[in-house]
Write a protein that binds this ligand. Structure first.
Ligand code: OAD
Length: 254
């Protein structure tokens, strides 16, 4: 049965507002309107950089300087990006007591910049650099200022503390994300193509526990026709702003 778009937003807002126990799972799409390209698709990072050559742990171990050509471009784009209405809207939802946490696959730090307090960075971040030889850690900015690729005092090229393909999501992060996924009444899936495991299993975990799955994406994904209950087919900033308006109408003013 075809649903009217306004009706879908209304139903989603009701699921979020009435239950006040939602979790968001975000991907690269939420930051597109902040000027950060997504990974897949025509304008995506993986068109320019083959992930097998630039985004695997094997590639990094073999030629870290080469991988840093991609990483430095990423870090540079991040440094010029600011949160958009979607990031800001999620932070508002948390303050309103509607959203309990954000699980993000992004490594751009924009959820924290927007004011979200509980953020699980599923794929890590670029704030910290680690040495794979001697395990020393450094704040990124300080080391990158000295030159690209950034080096450890031991001489080795440093790796950002993010999860490359072939690396495992840290056990603690995985546990924390699963606990959030299991205990929410609604999961807001925003701007992810849901193709990378284990992040793409999160919606499944929530669904099995009976959560309503709300998807925000201008396109269809692997989830849309399988486990998504409500698909808001809009850009993240438009959809989150509309949801917020509706939630504010439902919730009594605090
Ligand atoms: P993708 O690039 O795979 O997917 C981005 C999704 O965002 C697509 O489904 C788009 O349709 C959607 N999208 C684009 N613009 C949007 C907008 N304005 N508003 C809302 N949605 C929009 O990115 P991810 O799913 O995040 O991992 O990719 C997951 C992981 O794969 C990344 O964390 C990274 C990558 O390889 C690692 O590097 C380990």
């Amino acid at each position: 049965m075809a649903h009217h778009p306004d009706r879908i937003v209304r139903e989603a807002a009701e699921a979020l507002g009435a239950r006040r126990n939602a979790v968001a799972l975000t991907g690269a799409g939420i930051s597109v309107e902040s000027g950060i390209p997504a990974f897949r698709g025509a304008q995506g990072m993986w068109e320019k950089y083959d992930p097998m050559e630039y985004a695997t742990i094997g590639a990094f171990l073999k030629d870290p300087a080469r991988v840093w050509t991609m990483l430095s471009e990423m870090v540079d784009v991040f440094s010029r990006a600011a949160p958009n209405p979607a990031h800001l809207g999620l932070a508002d939802m948390e303050k309103m007591g509607v959203l309990r946490s954000v699980i993000t696959q992004n490594v751009d730090g924009l959820h924290q910049a927007a004011g979200s307090r509980k953020v699980i960075e599923f794929h890590g971040n670029t704030e910290e650099l680690v040495c794979l030889a001697c395990f020393r850690r450094y704040p990124s900015r300080e080391r990158i200022r000295e030159g690209i690729p950034p080096k450890c005092e031991c001489g080795k090229i440093l790796k950002p503390n993010l999860v490359l393909f072939g690396e495992k999501v840290p056990w603690v992060t995985q546990e924390e994300a699963e606990a959030e996924a299991e205990n929410c009444a609604a999961l807001l899936v925003i701007g992810t193509s849901a193709q990378v495991t284990p992040a793409c299993d999160i919606p499944l975990i929530s669904r099995r526990k009976g959560a309503v799955i709300i998807e925000i994406n201008p396109e269809e994904t692997f989830l849309t026709r399988t486990i998504t209950d409500l698909h808001i087919r809009e850009s993240a900033s438009v959809a989150v702003s509309r949801l917020l308006e509706e939630i504010r109408e439902i919730l009594p003013p605090s």
